[in-house]
Write a protein of this length. Structure first.
Length: 255
């Protein structure tokens, strides 16, 4: 047998396999690439949307903080004044409430009763105004004022009357009037200025009445007369002082 004439089967792949396999492989690669690209696009898009949403949230937060900061700058002075006025008003009421039990002079007791009525009303109006402006007023006295009230509580009789008239009726009101006169010009909030302008005459009446009490001393009485002559207050019914009793004929608050 002549082996050279025997044909050996070809080890090469059929033509349709040789030509089809590369096309099939290429299609698979393209499909895989497109899937990967789509997946990356979704991930990138989602991340972008999240970043955009986060950016918008940050912008809103910054805008709100900026608006709050601007509001804070506008009312900072007003807020401080309101807090100080509230503390002063509370101090006066607390001190005046002790007069009934610790005081001796009827004129001083009458003065204290009027002060409580007027100042309590003013304190209530200030609290309502502060609430409408979103301002929280102090619920207790600062240490300095608290010490003054505690010091006054250790007195009694004529000594108490003298201390109350001079420290609360005169000194405290003189300081408060100065603050109110400044607030009448410098306060930014129109409602606060209106309250200040309404309350200031009451404080001036309280001061004048205290200065006219015998416990105030002759210098205080002379100061009252000088002030009334300078301001022309002697002819105004609301500011008249009754020299016979030493008490003040003060008009009710707000009239």
């Amino acid at each position: 047998m002549n082996l050279r004439n025997v044909s050996t089967p070809s080890m090469k792949s059929p033509r349709h396999l040789r030509s089809g396999w590369p096309a099939f492989a290429l299609a698979g690669v393209l499909a895989a690439s497109m899937s990967t690209a789509w997946s990356q696009g979704v991930t990138s898009g989602g991340s972008g949307a999240g970043t955009s949403s986060s950016g918008q949230g940050a912008a809103v937060t910054q805008s709100g903080a900026r608006a709050a900061s601007e509001k804070s700058r506008v009312v900072r002075w007003d807020r401080k004044f309101m807090e100080e006025a509230a503390s002063a008003g509370q101090m006066q009421v607390q001190a005046a409430q002790m007069v009934a039990n610790r005081g001796a002079d009827k004129a001083v007791k009458d003065y204290a009763a009027t002060l409580i009525e007027h100042q309590a009303s003013a304190n209530s109006e200030l609290a309502q105004l502060a609430s409408s402006l979103g301002i929280e007023l102090p619920s207790s006295l600062p240490r300095g004022m608290r010490n003054e009230v505690e010091k006054l509580a250790k007195r009694s009789g004529a000594e108490f009357d003298r201390e109350f008239v001079r420290e609360i009726g005169i000194k405290q009101h003189e300081q408060e009037i100065k603050h109110f006169e400044k607030a009448s010009k410098d306060a930014k909030e129109p409602q606060l200025r209106a309250w200040v302008d309404k309350t200031l005459p009451m404080l001036q009446q309280h001061l004048a009445a205290a200065q006219n009490l015998p416990q105030a001393g002759s210098d205080a009485a002379a100061s009252t007369r000088t002030q009334q002559q300078r301001m022309g207050a002697g002819d105004k019914p609301g500011n008249q002082i009754n020299p016979g009793t030493g008490g003040g004929s003060m008009a009710p608050y707000g009239r």
